[in-house]
Design a protein around this ligand. Structure first.
Ligand code: DQA
Length: 144
């Protein structure tokens, strides 16, 4: 196993900073990445930070984490969280522990966000803390 934690971000998260800031805050994804890199260095971890708007790419990247012997995955699958059985199957198909991450708390939002397919296979979940959700999740990954 390597000390690399993959941080995989799904659709529309490239627009953080301007996207519904009343829900997601004003930090950009680049801001979140920079903060996480600083924290990872202190924890002795390497970070592979990515974003895609495409479901299949997320699935390919999950498979890659297994081949690369990643320590863990922080996964904010965004809306695919609530729709993608294919993502659930991909998480179940790998041995790498996946921690589900959300900026908002989907359980306190619309009913269609209350189902999480990612959560059915993830080892843990951090949500509702804004960008801090990522740092708490990284702490959890470090402790795995
Ligand atoms: C999100 C929550 C999802 O319900 C939503 O579709 C997103 C972002 C979050 O980080 O709060 O795109 O994953």
């Amino acid at each position: 196993m390597t000390n690399t934690v993959f941080v995989l971000n799904g659709p529309n998260l490239n627009l953080l900073g301007t996207r519904e800031p009343e829900i997601y805050g004003s930090d950009t994804l680049a801001d979140i990445e920079a903060a996480l890199r600083g924290q990872a260095e202190q924890l002795g971890l390497a970070i592979e930070f990515r974003q895609t708007n495409h479901e299949g790419e997320l699935i390919d990247w999950l498979h890659e984490t297994q081949r690369e012997g990643a320590k863990a995955v922080l996964l904010n699958a965004a809306a695919y969280t609530h729709t993608s059985i294919a993502l659930l199957d991909a998480i179940k198909a790998i041995d790498v522990p996946v921690i589900e991450v959300h900026l908002s708390d989907p359980t306190k939002r619309e009913a269609f966000r209350h189902t999480s397919y990612v959560g059915m296979a993830a080892v843990d979940c951090v949500q509702g803390l804004g960008p801090h959700s990522y740092s708490v999740a990284l702490e959890k990954a470090a402790a795995l």
